[in-house]
Design a protein around this ligand. Structure first.
Ligand code: 3PG
Length: 327
């Protein structure tokens, strides 16, 4: 085809929805692999603060090499921009480490079940911190997942308070991350924004990792892991988990550039449905997940949340007063 000026129009320009669909697919795909590999590492190397630093470190090296070859070209940064990005990066770092503390402590499916509450936290923040009024229908659409997560927590075999509370702190951190991200909307493209956020977050994560896990790591942590799987596998696992972590987050940020924040939040819940499904298959978490009828109900409630959120999204789009800041 060609546009009105006669210039040829590429396949991707002609079918933007297909491109967006591809972004979602890649985001989910990379995230599922990340979650599986990440948990496999925690099963022989239970040091989430350190592994969180590795995730960011591999991503930062990847960004520096990408900038080095000009793909993408590095966007200039000044102190004003830095001031806007620092709160986003601090929340990103906090949510990242606390998610990982939870992944290491409980079943992956349970962490993602608790993290499915993130839209509920976002709605609460919009109403009670930003003072926007959230319609009752939206609260009602979030009710099933709140009930489901409560039931799941009561019946989850792998439940412990560290896993639960740290996943809840990550919900709060990522909610603040989205609030600050809105303030930090700039002309910079999403790949560059995420690169700068990774660099700042790396500096935030490093001191707590050294303080909390440094002594144990040097005493026996590294040696134990190498004794269990060998140096080559240990290093290559850490490298690949970092690559998948960086690429899924970059894809998630790129997707946010293409869709409304609400669509992105709905997409993130749907992502958890896939991650929960795959982690049940790979880690045999079905035993811990559906041993009783109430705990299998929480999976249904998350699927329901995703469905009702999609429905709510279309209802919002039809309304004149659609407010993309909900969530
Ligand atoms: C992380 O390591 O930061 C977590 O994987 C975050 O999880 P999410 O991107 O699924 O919220």
């Amino acid at each position: 085809g060609s546009d009105s000026a006669g210039a040829p129009v590429g396949f991707f320009e002609k079918y933007p929805a297909l491109v967006t669909g591809f972004f979602f697919f890649m985001w989910y795909f990379l995230n599922v692999i990340f979650n599986i590999l990440n948990k496999k590492i925690y099963n022989y190397f239970p040091y989430p603060y350190f592994v969180s630093v590795v995730h960011l470190f591999v991503g930062v090296v990847y960004c520096l090499i990408s900038w080095g070859v000009g793909l993408p070209k590095r966007a200039p940064i000044d102190s004003n921009l830095l001031k806007l990005l620092i709160p986003v990066a601090v929340c990103h770092a906090l949510g990242h480490v606390t998610s990982n503390v939870s992944f290491a402590a409980v079943a992956v499916s349970f962490t993602h079940t608790v993290k499915a509450l993130e839209p509920f936290f976002n709605a609460a923040a919009s109403q009670f911190i930003l003072g926007q009024s959230i319609p009752l229908t939206l609260w009602l659409s979030l009710a099933p997942v709140v009930i489901g997560v409560s039931m799941a927590s009561l019946t989850e075999l792998s439940f412990n308070w560290i896993g639960f509370i740290s996943a809840m702190i990550s919900n709060i951190s990522f909610t603040y991350r989205s609030i600050y991200s809105k303030k930090a909307m700039t002309d910079m493209d999403s790949t560059n924004v995420y690169a700068y956020i990774s660099i700042i977050a790396l500096f935030v994560c490093l001191p707590p990792a050294i303080i909390v896990e440094g002594p144990q790591l040097l005493k026996h942590g590294f040696n134990d892991a190498i004794a269990k799987v060998g140096l080559t596998k240990f290093v290559s696992d850490l490298f690949w988990v970092g690559m998948f972590y960086h690429l899924y987050n970059q894809l998630a940020t790129n997707t946010l550039e293409r869709v409304a924040p609400l669509t992105h939040a709905v997409g993130n819940v749907l992502k958890r449905v896939f991650v929960i499904g795959f982690s049940i298959i790979v880690f045999g978490e079905l035993k811990t997940f559906s041993i009783s009828i109430p705990s299998s109900l929480h999976f249904i409630s998350i699927v329901l949340e995703a469905v009702t959120s999609v429905e709510h999204f279309f209802a919002c789009c039809r309304q004149q007063d659609f407010n993309p800041n909900w969530y």
